[in-house]
Design a protein around this ligand. Structure first.
Ligand code: NAI
Length: 287
């Protein structure tokens, strides 16, 4: 199968952790990779070229093709420059993995505006800006693959991660609309919620669990979603520790009120209204 051979894929935040594994695997499969990384600390402070350079050197040492980029995904200018690196080095862009991320955990009552905004800027605005920058190229060439890095914190919530979970859920929302708008141009958008031992998770999950979650095990899932053969769009997959499974919203049968109900009538109907016994995959009634 052609897979990702000769495709040009931008992996943001590819200087370490999961992004590095994605970049290495894609290059081994014959893709030409833009290794983007700002090179800062886990909380988003600082910047350095060494992380991206190191991964490019690793790829080149294995005989693969890669180019480094050090711009931040968090601004439109940075995103344009990232895509510019792909076009300058390889003349095209076919796929993007919106993987760059930072962490600034705090319980909601202690969340500062600055920490709220910094996390949304990198994850959600970053995913938006970089995808916005590749989108015209994808549409024009009738081919494109978008993978969003989401998180179980975005899908289900997690203590101390209101900023991060909001950003990660937002990326799923963006992905769903991109899947709808991109389909007729063969532009597919999907999301992966990884679980892996990286600097991001080193002190937020127990060591015994992290031991079972090597980052490299997530990479083939992301790799598949970038292939020519992939036809899925709008799919969310949780992946880690050698396991991967789909997550999907379902809707219950619900109740139909013959006329506008009173609050008491809603209370009476509530058990049936919230029952999921015969639930089916959810659809947008106005879609
Ligand atoms: P990581 O901290 O090792 O990797 C994130 C990378 O993004 C870093 O190399 C960092 O320098 C880069 N980065 C940060 N801000 C940037 C910016 N503005 N522009 C460009 N690059 C920037 O963490 P990890 O675990 O590899 O995370 C990768 C992605 O997977 C993140 O989006 C994270 O939220 C997501 N994720 C990871 C999970 C895990 O179990 N490790 C769980 C759920 C989601």
């Amino acid at each position: 199968m052609p897979g990702v051979k000769d495709r040009v894929v931008v992996v943001t935040g590819a200087g370490g952790g999961l992004g590095r594994e994605y970049a290495l695997l894609l290059a081994r499969a014959g893709a030409r990779v833009v290794v983007n990384d700002l090179g800062g600390a886990r909380d988003g402070s600082g910047a350095d070229t060494a992380m991206a350079d190191q991964v490019v050197a690793e790829i080149e040492a294995e005989g693969g093709q890669a180019v480094a980029n050090y711009d931040s995904v968090a601004t439109a200018e940075g995103a344009t420059a990232i895509v510019g690196t792909a076009l300058d080095a390889f003349g095209a862009v076919h796929g993007v993995v919106n993987n760059a991320g930072i962490l600034r955990d705090a319980a909601f009552h202690k969340m500062s505006d600055e920490d709220w905004e910094a996390v949304l800027r990198v994850h959600l605005f970053g995913g938006y800006h970089v995808t916005r920058a590749v989108w015209p190229h994808f549409r024009e060439q009738g081919h494109g693959r978008v993978v969003m890095a989401t998180s179980t914190s975005g899908l289900y919530g997690n203590f101390g991660q209101s900023n991060y979970g909001t950003a990660k859920a937002g990326l799923v929302g963006l992905m769903h609309t991109l899947a709808i708008e991109g389909r007729k141009y063969n532009v597919l958008a999907n999301a992966v919620a990884p679980m892996a031992a990286t600097r991001m998770t080193q002190d937020v999950a127990p060591a015994e669990l992290l031991e079972k979650l090597p980052a490299e095990q997530v990479a083939p899932i992301v790799g598949y979603l970038l292939t020519d053969e992939c036809t899925d769009s709008g799919t969310v997959v949780v992946a880690g520790g050698g396991k991967a499974y789909r997550v999907q919203l379902f809707q219950g049968e619900g109740v139909t009120f013959p006329s506008t109900p009173s609050i008491d009538e809603v209370a009476e109907a509530w058990p049936r209204l919230t029952d999921l016994t015969d639930a089916v995959p959810g659809v947008n009634p106005v879609g």
